[in-house]
Design a protein around this ligand. Structure first.
Ligand code: ACO
Length: 364
């Protein structure tokens, strides 16, 4: 049998065909089902992107049409709200993303709600309930007349947010919905390849997303801003960080060798929000200083800004607590995981690579 040795990070290894999205790391371009990310978020919100991703893969009538998807997700939010008391009891003392892990784990494979709707509807409801509980406030029932972004902000804040905030959250969720074979998507597909089902696959994706090298980066980006404090300290701060071997959060990417195109989509979205100009100007200068430091300390590595840098700024402007950033990422990415689970189940084989045993052998 032909055996091929690849590197442990699977860099540059193609393991599947997909129609979902393409990340062009040299051109700095993201295509989602035939559309550039810039065009996509200018024309579709979160439900529209989810509908596009699921088209031709979800059961008949449950993908492709934005209005049908919007109605399906709204009904699923209502269904998920019934689980909130059980969730709050089980998730006491946990962080928001740990709470979502518990919440997804409580969903039954036998639930009659279409499972892609169920997980995508459950995450915003669970997240809002967890955030309110951490403030000592009761959970608010979903409003099925609203979009995911509108309803999530309402369920967290207790009342509808201004349209500019709702639109910004909608853009964020749409922007991050799918992104090639990132670690969480690949994880979800591995689990889907065993036919474990959509809920289990999505739960596995969430667990992979949780790590600071993947979806856990934006909180630490703001911690970095705090630590830098004022711009005159930035260059020295970065030199010190490299001397200590610190990884700069919000920079570097396995695929992008140039700037991540989602960074500018989110940067432009931050600029639409009131009272962000000072913070945005600070971030732009910190970013310049970080890039200059990366060029000084990691010459030839081609490291640039990734999506998490301006995610941090956007979520801060939306008054999302830092502890909930990763959980909010999951609310958007879950639609992409579902799409990949559908695709894997339709065309994929069980994913089962090999390892090279380097341990002791009997008699050694
Ligand atoms: N800060 C400092 N140095 C870096 C950074 C960074 N953010 N990213 C990469 N490097 C350096 C590495 O130290 C390494 O240097 P070396 O050759 O001297 O050893 C070189 O660049 C290559 O880096 P790798 O670790 O091999 O890159 P890899 O593709 O494995 O890692 C990753 C990609 C995990 C995203 C990395 O760049 C990183 O840790 N970034 C910070 C965390 C972050 O922002 N994650 C979010 C990514 S986007 C997302 O997942 C949604």
């Amino acid at each position: 049998m032909l055996q091929t040795r690849v590197n442990s990070g699977l860099d540059g290894v193609i393991v599947a065909d997909t129609v979902m999205s393409e990340v062009d790391g040299e051109a700095g371009r993201l295509i989602v089902r035939g559309h550039t990310i810039e065009e996509l978020v200018a024309t579709r919100g979160f439900e529209g992107v989810a509908a596009l991703l699921w088209e031709g893969f979800a059961p008949a009538g449950q993908g492709g049409d934005t209005q049908a998807v919007r109605a399906g997700l709204a009904a699923a939010r209502v269904r998920a709200f019934a689980d909130v008391p059980k969730l709050l009891q089980a998730a006491e003392g946990l962080t928001p993303v740990e709470g979502l892990r518990v919440g997804l784990g409580m969903l039954a494979d036998s639930d009659p709600t279409p499972h892609h709707y169920l997980v995508c509807g459950a995450l915003p409801v669970f997240l809002a309930a967890l955030l309110r509980a951490s403030d000592g406030k009761p959970a608010l029932a979903p409003d099925p007349s609203l979009t995911t972004a509108q309803d999530l902000l309402r369920m967290v804040r207790g009342q509808r947010a201004d349209a500019v905030f709702e639109n910004a959250l909608d853009t964020y969720l749409a922007t991050i919905t799918d992104h090639g074979f990132n670690a969480s998507t690949f994880t979800a597909r591995v689990v889907a390849s065993t036919h474990a089902g959509l809920i289990s696959s999505v739960l596995a994706g969430l667990c992979a997303l949780k790590g600071p090298l993947h979806g856990g980066a934006p909180g630490p980006v703001l911690d970095m801003f705090d630590d830098i404090g004022s711009l005159d300290r930035a260059a020295a701060w970065f030199d010190d960080a490299f001397a200590k071997g610190t990884t700069l959060m919000g920079f570097g990417h396995r695929i992008y060798k140039v700037r991540d195109p989602r960074a500018d989509v989110l940067k432009n979205t931050v600029a639409t929000l009131p009272k962000t100009s000072g913070r945005l100007a600070f971030a732009v200068e910190v970013e310049k200083s970080a890039i200059a430091a990366l060029r000084r300390h990691k010459p030839g590595r081609r490291l640039d800004t990734n999506v998490e840098f301006y995610t941090a700024l956007l979520l801060e402007a939306l008054e999302v607590p830092r502890s909930a950033f990763t959980a909010l990422f999951a609310v958007g990415r879950v639609a992409g995981w579902c799409a990949h689970v559908f695709e894997q189940e339709k065309v994929g084989r069980i994913i089962r690579p090999q390892s090279n045993y380097v341990g002791k052998r009997p008699g050694m």
